[in-house]
Write a protein that binds this ligand. Structure first.
Ligand code: PAF
Length: 289
């Protein structure tokens, strides 16, 4: 039996920097998994990817106020640090970096990282300021931790594209690794927001991924894209969702709407169920030549 190593809990940049510098001086590779806590099996899969990639894994936990454009959403965001810490220790992560707010946003903080291009449509259009909040905090975490790699989930597909673009455009020396979406048995993508669904809505929630799976099959089978999207919107509403922010087929790289299946795409959606906003995405294969 191997002894489980206690996870380091760090809240200040200085201690973080000293520890990471010590690891690097031993020639160890460091990976970062940024999170906002309320960890589930989706996060666990990202930590496992980081452990495969690197010798030391830092998981950050910071509920970032700048990426919430809805105060109630921020107030309701689950906070479960003790359980998160136990879970990370079981997984074998080496450090939980849970900074105090002043370490991220000190008094007078006045800088923002704004990505355009892939950040403009979809979530960007429906949640003004969201991606500037994400890019700013992730840029800060990269500067603070200085990891060799960082792991993000494909569940937030647009976020992954935006962060890849930020790293490329600003020449950040961090390798970005994307982790596959983890789903419940009925197809619902794991998300910290699922906790807020009532029992009844939880049963209805899989209607989103089921309608999207049917749409992917139809589009890959040659069905007309606009007609399929219309029928899929109707199925999502019939499943009990009250409002759809968007359902679109977009280019997998540029996130621009596709009206024909001429390249690899991504079917992306955001919809409300019982006041909870759920997002999902699935790959759509382009024609194989
Ligand atoms: O995906 C998330 O949980 C957050 O957007 C992130 C990347 C941790 C930044 O706050």
């Amino acid at each position: 039996m191997t002894d489980k190593q206690p996870i380091l809990l760090v809240r200040q940049i200085e201690e973080l920097r000293n520890q990471v510098a010590a690891w690097k001086s031993e020639g160890l590779r460091v990976s970062l998994v940024p999170t906002m806590g309320a960890l589930h099996d989706g996060h666990a899969s990202l930590v496992k990817l980081a452990l495969k990639d690197a010798d030391r894994v830092v998981v950050s936990l910071f509920v970032n106020p700048k990426q919430f454009n809805d105060r109630t959403d921020l107030a309701n965001y689950p906070r479960t640090e003790d359980a998160d810490r136990d879970r990370l220790e079981d997984l074998g992560a080496h450090m939980l970096y849970a900074p105090v707010r002043e370490e991220i946003y000190p008094e007078g903080f006045a800088t923002s990282v704004v990505v355009e291009g892939p950040a403009i449509p979809l979530e960007g259009a429906h949640r003004p300021g969201h991606f500037a909040g994400v890019a700013t905090v992730v840029c800060k975490l990269f500067n603070q931790v200085q990891p060799h790699s960082a792991v993000f989930g494909e569940k937030d597909f647009q976020q992954l594209a935006v962060l890849r673009r930020m790293v490329r455009d600003l020449d950040m020396a961090v390798e970005i690794i994307g982790g596959k979406t983890i789903r419940e048995k009925d197809g619902l993508a794991l998300s910290s927001r699922n906790e807020r669904l009532s029992d009844d809505d939880r049963k209805k929630a899989a209607g989103l991924s089921q309608a999207m799976t049917n749409a992917v099959d139809a589009i890959e089978g040659g069905a007309d894209i606009a007609g399929t999207l219309n029928r899929t919107q109707a199925s999502i509403l019939e499943a009990g969702f009250e409002k759809i922010d968007y359902l679109a087929l977009v280019g997998a790289e540029d996130l621009q709407p596709m009206d024909e299946r001429d390249r690899d795409g991504r079917l992306v959606a955001a919809a409300f169920l019982g006041g909870v906003r759920l997002i999902d995405n699935m790959p759509v294969k382009g024609p194989r030549r």
